[in-house]
Write a protein that binds this ligand. Structure first.
Ligand code: SF4
Ligand code: SF4
Length: 715
């Protein structure tokens, strides 16, 4: 990864008496070090990638402190790392994106939760829910309840988040139970400050080694018959200890309000949006002072019955604001109130949406309805309808200003992405053999599900594309195609897809996009990433080979039909695809589509070029363009390539009524235009030019000669 986190790493070194300024997820990272964590692991994914990325780059500083950092190959291996805390008094933390990562980690989490832990174990999940989310809309809450893991959802401000991290380890140790901390996108990126403390070097670590391993204790294995005892402990000793700790240390916060007849219980992570909604209704100020009593649940599982009953006491009605479905918290509060024979009326999902993000607009509407029902004196004078009308008017005004609807702009590959040429080749192949069943996967290549490619029949999870068409192959005349990235291949695809297909002797075509990184999550390295020396030596070239190659792994497990083709060789890729779909060879056919991630390549190449330019060295940059006199205006090149810098413009020739193709200045000179034009036998309108900075004498002479001959020819 070529991105530098030098500034963030400096913030991790702050000590007592200094103030940390920055975003939520970096505050979490700092809080781990202040808590004396011994080891940190994780699998990257928005919105928590920053945690593990920064720690990996800070490896030398972490080593000095004695903290072991491990970017794992998937979330299951990250979760399994917490096994160290079962039998040793060491604190550990792991991180990933949820819900998808928690699904992958579920087996290890169950086996961790059953025996429980001695050292504090913390799982930090990026709860990617709501508008802008990139995953399935489900809640981590379900996993916490089914495995009996405590779930924290801190109020999104830095002091609260840091306190919650520190308390999470204590809670884990006090109740021998791992703790999950869910952080929504806004909590991860919220900006703020907190008073730093010194980092704590862990008592057991890479710098302070244990002489002996832990003794064998069958009780600590997640294996029958002791699992029956674990189940009992979960709901008795551990639950009791956790509730006592939460209560004693006031992990949940109660904010008083003058209107004590009603109250609101809210997930901690939604607190800021709630205050914003109440401020719009005139019930709170920007400082958070509020007319309504609020209970902010920084721990959403388990709830503490005494706290809930204490908050509800003397109130006519309580509103629960809980994002997502089903209403776990509301149901649990209902049970607590019913068992205590409380007369308090409970409101929640009956007046708020079951699904979708709880924005301040949504909450304002729900609070308005609640107050009209239970506090009419205030509710009937609320401005919630005016707020909704104002929002609606703003939307209408935006529509009016735009006059016409904005043209759809689906997300797409970066300019010069090496994956785009593969999909151009696949389009050409399908023009010959017709459509094939296409199993898509998670990764940048999923952009091919959008226009102009529109590929894909299913997406079943990360690295699961080949596994997902195992049965499709049994009832299709044509072989199904699966596409996955090298990130997905190492995460899961090699075992779930390739070895399973080989075991069963199944047919099919697998394409592995070998761009050298887990690009979609921020270009983190995989085991086959090019090593730094190779990348430097090949600064101007595509460098995708590491010491461990995907091809070696495939051959090692027994793949017999294997081709590696550079993605920019569009004709060769088309021919290889055609061969894979038509060969008599029965069995798995794998094409490794090679081409380094352009984003990562540009990050590496740009500083090298800038330095060379500053030092007066000769630098050549390739540009492509379209000769508008030759362009026929049929735009096949655009439909086949989808490059964002290949667009249209009005022709300068008044006889041409259709717009002509045009290449903008964003072109990185990847060469796909020319390759596609050649492979698809398009019109010969593309030109290629070399832009030479700091030209030498030969460049100047050549240029002069060209000008002379061109002018001569014109004359
Ligand atoms: S990040 Fe890399 S692989 Fe992903 S779309 Fe951009 S250039 Fe392509
Ligand atoms: S060469 Fe063509 S495909 Fe490549 S970046 Fe330039 S316009 Fe886009």
């Amino acid at each position: 990864m070529e991105v530098s986190f030098a500034r963030e790493i400096e913030k991790l070194k702050l000590g007592a008496g200094e103030t940390f300024h920055g975003e939520g997820i970096l505050a979490v990272t700092k809080a781990l070090l202040q808590s004396g964590v011994s080891y940190v692991g994780g699998y990257q994914g928005a919105p928590v990638s920053h945690l593990i990325d920064v720690m990996v780059q800070a490896a030398p500083d972490m080593a000095k402190l004695g903290v072991h950092v491990e970017p794992c190959t998937n979330e299951a291996s990250a979760a399994a790392m917490l096994g160290a805390s079962i039998m040793y008094p060491v604190r550990g933390a792991v991180t990933w994106k949820s819900i998808v990562g928690t699904n992958v980690a579920a087996d290890a989490l169950s086996n961790l939760a059953s025996p429980g832990v001695m050292g504090g174990a913390l799982i930090i999940v990026g709860e990617d829910y709501g508008e802008g989310s990139s995953v399935i809309q489900e809640r981590t809450h379900a996993y916490a309840m089914k495995s009996t893991l405590w779930l924290m959802d801190p109020r999104p401000n830095l002091p609260s988040i840091v306190t919650c991290v520190e308390r999470a380890f204590e809670l884990s140790e006090a109740s021998n139970t791992p703790v999950i901390m869910e952080l929504r996108i806004r909590a991860c990126h919220v900006q703020g400050a907190f008073e730093a403390k010194d980092n704590i070097a862990p008592a057991i670590s890479g710098r302070r080694l244990l002489a002996e391993p832990a003794p064998h204790q069958y009780e600590q294995l997640a294996h029958p018959p002791v699992t029956f005892g674990h189940e009992r402990k979960k709901s008795s000793e551990r639950m009791t200890a956790a509730r006592a700790f939460i209560r004693e240390h006031r992990l949940n916060e109660v904010f008083d309000g003058a209107q004590g007849d009603v109250g609101i219980v809210v997930q901690g992570g939604l607190y800021n949006a709630l205050i914003r909604a109440l401020a719009e209704l005139g019930l709170a100020d920007a400082e958070g002072n509020c007319d309504l009593p609020i209970m902010a649940l920084n721990v959403v599982y388990p709830l503490v019955p005494e706290e809930i009953l204490g908050f509800a006491e003397g109130k006519r009605a309580v509103l629960v604001l809980e994002e997502g479905q089903p209403e776990y918290i509301e149901n649990e509060i209902g049970t607590i109130l019913r068992r205590a024979k409380s007369p308090v009326v409970l409101a929640g999902k009956d007046i708020l949406p079951m699904a979708g993000e709880y924005t301040s607009e949504v909450m304002a509407k729900g609070v308005g309805t609640f107050l009209r029902d239970h506090l009419p004196g205030i509710g009937n004078q609320l401005g919630d309808t005016a707020y909704a009308e104002e929002s609606e008017a703003l939307r209408a005004e935006a529509q009016r200003l735009l006059a016409a609807p904005v043209p759809p702009r689906p997300p797409s590959f970066c300019t010069g992405c090496p994956e785009r040429p593969f999909f151009a080749a696949l389009k050409l192949t399908q023009q010959e053999i017709g459509p094939v069943h296409y199993s898509a996967d998670i990764g940048c290549h999923a952009f091919a599900t959008f226009a102009p490619f529109n590929f894909g029949n299913s997406i079943l999870g990360y690295g699961m594309s080949l596994a997902s068409n195992a049965s499709v192959a049994s009832f299709q005349q044509k072989r199904p195609l699966a596409v996955m990235g090298d990130g997905g291949f190492w995460h899961n695809g090699l075992l779930s897809g390739v070895t399973s297909r080989l075991l069963n002797g199944g047919d099919g075509v697998l394409v592995i996009m070998k761009n050298g990184y887990t690009s979609a999550t921020g270009t983190q390295e995989v085991i086959s990433s090019p090593d730094p020396a190779l990348k430097l030596a090949a600064a101007e070239k595509s460098a995708t080979h590491g010491e461990t190659t995907i091809e070696d792994a495939l051959k090692g497990v027994g793949v017999k039909w294997l081709r590696t083709v550079h993605t920019y060789k569009v004709s060769q890729m088309r021919d290889t695809l055609r061969e894979a779909f038509s060969t008599k060879f029965s069995g798995l056919k794998v094409i490794v589509a090679e081409g380094e991630c352009q984003l990562e390549r540009q990050r590496r190449v740009k500083p090298i070029r800038a330095k060379a330019l500053a030092e007066g060295e000769r630098v050549v940059r390739t540009r492509f363009g379209v000769d508008e006199d030759t362009c026929t205006g049929d735009h096949s090149c655009i439909r086949l390539s989808g490059c964002p810098t290949l667009t249209v413009k009005t022709a300068t020739d008044p006889l041409k009524t259709d717009p002509v193709a045009h290449v903008t200045n964003g072109c990185v000179g990847c060469g796909l235009c020319g390759e596609v034009a050649h492979a698809a036998t398009l019109c010969p309108s593309f030109w290629r030019a070399e832009v030479i900075s700091n030209p030498g004498w030969w460049d100047r002479t050549r240029s002069r000669l060209r000008r002379i001959f061109t002018l001569g020819a014109v004359a």
